[in-house]
Design a protein around this ligand. Structure first.
Ligand SMILES: O=C(O)[C@H](O)COP(=O)(O)O
Length: 303
């Protein structure tokens, strides 16, 4: 039984795996190398950096389990895995608090120009007069996606005395002080919009040119979910026109965001961006690592 860890896992989780008695290897293999190696792998462990595509799964003659140490499964061809009888496991919720905290950090950074102020000061510029921002207090935030992460975001923003709206096709009511509304209401009434849905066929470019047209002038948009949920060309135009005051982005449709569209997006002074670090905290990785190892060992026992 060989367990191959293709993306970095928490150290203590790695140690537990290595002490489990199975043959555990860990090294990041790029697609071509992984396709060559996959016939010798029974359990493949990944984060979001490895795209477990249909051809990799097809080549995995001995592959029995794909373990995603994290929440999003958009980098795994789950349909193909199902067709091949390969079990896909992940750790939903284990990194939710970290993602929620980062989303709020991006929100405040956008509203108060923290990133621009830092860059200006480091460049020797005292731009105090240009950096008047906005409070969150008493303003309306629209949360798209009211699952684990969306609820953690709501809980914290209620403490800022915000009016909190949430849209989720699977949620009709809540016992929190949150108004469950339709998507149009989120677009029309929010001063801040924050996205917490997975990337699926239904959510791809959910925040489109049409959506931006419905939004209030000066809205702040936060995306710490998946780049593909926002049409980034439309976002670029909305930032240029002033429709969107600022955007806080932890994720991009292309990662790393090195293509022309992403490069010009990142050049805008009103874009605050981080390199998909929502789940990258010591605490979240510890939880994710322990849970994924528990699940792997449990599944492997059943084989
Ligand atoms: O889906 C997730 O769990 C987050 O986006 C984190 O992804 P990562 O494990 O690749 O950091």
């Amino acid at each position: 039984m060989r367990i191959h860890v293709n993306d970095p896992l928490d150290k203590s989780a790695m140690e537990r795996l290595k002490n489990s008695g199975y043959n555990v290897t860990s090294e990041h293999l790029e697609k071509e190398e992984l396709i060559k190696e996959i016939p010798n792998i029974d359990v493949l462990v990944v984060r979001s950096a490895t795209k477990v595509t249909a051809d990799i799964i097809e080549a995995g003659k001995n592959l029995k389990i794909i373990a995603r140490a994290g929440t999003g499964l958009d980098n795994v061809d789950v349909e193909k895995a199902k067709e091949k009888g390969i079990k896909v496991i992940n750790t939903p919720g284990a990194n939710g608090i970290s993602v929620a905290e980062l989303a709020i950090g991006l929100m405040i950074s956008c509203a108060r120009h923290i990133a621009k102020g830092t860059i200006d000061l480091k460049n020797g510029e005292w731009t105090k007069k240009q950096l008047k921002g906005h409070e969150l207090y008493k303003r309306t935030v629209g949360i798209i996606g009211f699952g684990n992460i969306g609820r953690e975001v709501a809980k914290r923003l209620l403490a800022f005395d915000m009016r909190v709206l949430a849209y989720d096709p699977f949620v009709k009511e809540t016992d929190m002080n949150v108004e469950i509304v339709d998507l149009d209401t989120i677009f029309k009434e929010s001063d801040f919009i924050t996205i917490h849905v997975p990337l699926t066929n239904e959510t791809k470019h959910l925040v489109s040119k049409d959506a931006f047209e419905k939004m209030k002038d000066g809205v702040i948009l936060i995306n710490a979910a998946r780049g593909g949920v926002v049409d980034e060309e439309a976002l670029y135009n909305a930032l240029i026109s002033g429709k969107v005051y600022a955007a806080g982005l932890d994720v991009f449709e292309v990662e790393p965001p090195t293509d022309e569209l992403r490069k010009k997006l990142l050049e805008l002074p009103n874009v605050v961006a981080t390199p998909h670090i929502g789940a990258s905290t010591v605490e979240a990785q510890l939880r994710v690592g322990q849970i994924i190892v528990d699940k792997i060992l449990e599944e492997v026992k059943k084989l």
